[in-house]
Design a binder for this molecule. Sequence first.
Ligand code: NAP
Ligand code: HSE
Length: 441
Amino acid sequence: MSKRTSLGIGLAGFGTVGSGVWNTLARNGPLITSRTGGGISLHVARILVRDPGKTRATCGEVPATLFTTDWRSLVDDPAVEIVVELIGGTTDAFDIVAAALRAKKPVVTGNKALLAERGVELFALSRECGTPIHFEAAVAGGIPIIRTVQDSFIGNRIRSFSGIINGTSNFILGRMTEAALSFEDALAEAQQLGYAEADPSLDVNGWDAAHKAIVLATLAYGFPIDPNAIHVSGIQQVKPADISFAKNLGYALKLLAVVREHADQAVEIRIQPSFIPKAHILASVNGVFNAVAVHGDTAGESLFYGRGAGQDPTASSVVADLVEAARALRHQGDHRGFLPYADSGRLVPVGDTSTAYYVRFDVTDRPGVIAEIARILADHRIGISGTHSPVNPSNPDADFVDMIFLLHTCPFGKLQAALDEIEKLDCINSTPVVFRIESLT
Ligand code: NAP
Ligand code: HSE
């Protein structure tokens, strides 16, 4: 049996996830050591925070001497062999990761914003320095989806990912439906539970899911993806009426991420609130749970389901990466940190992507409104599968009403052109709200 060896970690960030990593190591340290094969014991050698005086609920006491507010002293500390970046954001986090790579210290991060926005620079540096970046926690919290795509699906051409990959927005949609909470109250609960980003607008505007979709697409297709070239819309416009209307029609309303390779190998990436058939398995993914359906040309479709955010599930992924990085360091093994393998690829413009749609118009209620909207849709050769105007029970004679149109499949660009025209009608009071209706076949 090999000798026990201790390995020091620099924990940059000791918030929800960072303290979860501490707790996991405190709770399961001996178990982890016994499973590493080489008897590697992981210990936290340094912790970076903004406010060392903050009271922190942790498993066991954290020696005050471990804390620093100077990230350089963490990265440069000879006792730190692996740097775990869990501060979030794309500025200081970038500097920490870059400095660690230059110091040949493997990096573990859960920071999808950093990877999606600045991953091209960091992965180039990772390759140049021969030092890996591990990022299992960056997508879908506790679900081991990165490893699955990198290892288990290595023999597959990935046809698509589709999934629910933001726990906070899924939690909010659920709480708005089942407990009739307001959007604001549901978000406050998600923040209190440690699900939301430090800047929660990323959760509700779709960008957190977009960052994760970019990370998945980069793994699957290997080329750098410009975040400005993908289509992202979030759940800010969802009203309880949309959720109940979806339900009545046999759908669930979810923030869906779609990454799909077309026949010409161009890649479609979009994040949008979408109507999903109630019978589809993704429709029953509720609360903070995430699910990612992966379609490989060889494996066919597989579904990965689990907690997508929160302290312990995310710490579980970080610790798995830590062990992998530690094994590679101690045993000079191959690492599975990511290296891009293609220089270029093509994205599908969102205007060329097609689904059916749910469109909500805020209209002035007068005779002829439906006909005016329908005429413009017909001019653009967009078929209508249904219309509905839910009566507001508290004000049945209201002048302004929601008018819902269900539309047949057409390219998003064509719909957008029709909606631009419809929005100019006198009877339309605000920009129409569009959700996708996905068949997910
Ligand atoms: P958090 O609770 O806000 O914790 C951030 C930690 O970093 C805090 O300890 C904070 O110090 C420290 N910090 C922030 N900026 C700093 C700076 N400039 N210099 C020094 N220290 C700084 O965040 P979190 O929820 O743990 O998330 C951390 C990362 O994990 C983010 O990239 C997030 O996207 C990702 N992630 C989070 C989850 C989740 O469920 N929460 C899941 C997956 C991935 P103080 O404690 O002194 O304020
Ligand atoms: N804020 C993120 C979410 C954390 O709610 O999914 C997990 O990445």
